[in-house]
Ligand binder design. Structure first.
Ligand code: SAM
Ligand code: DTB
Ligand code: SF4
Length: 323
């Protein structure tokens, strides 16, 4: 049964179970709704890097922090389409283009992004974008160009949000998600752990996601990648058990969502990632770079799929199942 009326108390109870019980419960629910051997392989590309006016404390692309990220203007459409083709040939079924923007503006750059979306969608890949805040009209334009999904993370709980970002509000984030939904674009929204938040904040974020009118179709769970020069550069690594609890709880609350084991895999062993898949994660980002930070190499992930007997998930599977 899919529920949108979870309470924080219920979520806390799920989250705080003995960890093996939690994994078992999540794994059981996972099997009822998804093929547990299937993991979607996605590729990220930063189409416009760095120089962002926002102050997200975790982000190496914020202009105000001194990091190693080199500012680059919006890529050419042809170059992006070439990258998408390479991703497809390497086995990805979803291609996500990220821009270090506060929000989309109605200008030539946006027109170019619409061109990219058109091109990638004709390749049969699930096309996703993450471009910052969107209006309803902009969401509709993206939809018309063939956009399948839009990523816009809540990042953390409403209460902790102000400690991480001051240049926009939690409500702004939720408004963008609503605009995306209204345009009938698949919603991808999750967050980051390891930023110094309390467990209640993790529960708070899951509460907001799981009580939206419709659960996001996709929920990325990121472990903070601490980057030198950002305010969070010295944050300690989160334990794999914290990742597992977060993934398992997301899986139990939102049984049909794609739960994505996102940033942070470079610091995890195959055994640790296996626990995450057991707990209900069913997607990874592949390729040796996320947007600006390192990620495991294709060959390492290929080997992991072989060891764990995982099979890559086909594109648009949800759509195919509902027709
Ligand atoms: N600028 C757009 C925005 O903020 O919505 C899109 C790109 S932004 C880089 C996409 C997401 O990446 C952020 O919401 C955040 O959750 C994640 N992210 C950024 N830096 C990260 C880091 N150092 N570690 C983990 N996740 C990170
Ligand atoms: C998400 O939740 N994680 C991905 C994707 N959505 C866009 C991005 C992770 C970025 C990690 C930091 C970097 O590589 O710049
Ligand atoms: Fe800009 Fe997005 Fe990074 Fe925030 S997360 S600084 S909005 S690129």
């Amino acid at each position: 049964m899919i529920r949108n009326n979870w309470t924080r108390e219920e979520i806390a109870k799920i989250y705080h179970q003995p960890v093996l019980e939690l994994i078992y419960q999540a794994a059981t629910i996972h099997r009822q709704y998804n093929d547990p051997n299937e993991v979607q392989v996605c590729t990220l590309l930063s189409i416009k890097t760095g120089g962002c006016p926002e102050d997200c404390a975790y982000c190496p692309q914020a202009a105000r922090y001194q990091t190693d990220v080199k500012v680059e203007k919006l890529m050419n459409t042809q170059e992006v389409l070439q990258k998408a083709l390479e991703a497809k040939e390497a086995g990805s079924t979803r291609f996500c283009m990220g821009a270090a923007w506060r929000e989309v503006r109605d200008n030539k750059d946006f027109d170019r992004v619409l061109e990219m979306v058109k091109g990638v969608s004709t390749m049969g890949l699930e096309v996703c974008c993450t471009l910052g805040m969107l209006t309803e009209e902009q969401a509709q334009k993206l939809k018309d160009a063939g956009l399948y999904a839009y990523n816009h993370n809540l990042d953390t709980s409403e209460e902790f949000y102000d400690d991480i970002i001051s240049t926009r509000t939690y409500k702004d984030r939720l408004d963008t998600l609503e605009n995306v939904s209204k345009a009938k674009i698949s919603v991808c929204s999750g967050g980051i752990i390891g930023m110094g938040e309390k467990i209640e904040d993790r529960i708070g974020m899951l509460y907001t996601l799981a009580t939206l009118p419709h659960h996001p179709e996709s929920v990325p769970v990121n472990a903070l990648v601490p980057v030198e020069g950002t305010p969070l550069e010295d944050q300690e690594k989160v334990s794999v058990w914290e990742m597992v609890r977060m993934i398992a709880t997301a899986r139990i609350l939102m049984p049909k969502a794609m739960v994505r084991l996102s940033a942070g895999r470079v610091r995890m062993t195959v055994e640790e990632q296996a626990l995450c898949f057991m707990a209900g994660a069913n997607s990874i980002f592949a390729g040796d770079k996320l947007l600006t930070t390192p990620n495991p190499a294709y060959v390492a992930d290929k080997e992991m799929f072989q060891i764990l007997n995982l099979v890559p998930r086909q594109a648009y599977k949800n759509e195919l199942e509902t027709v």
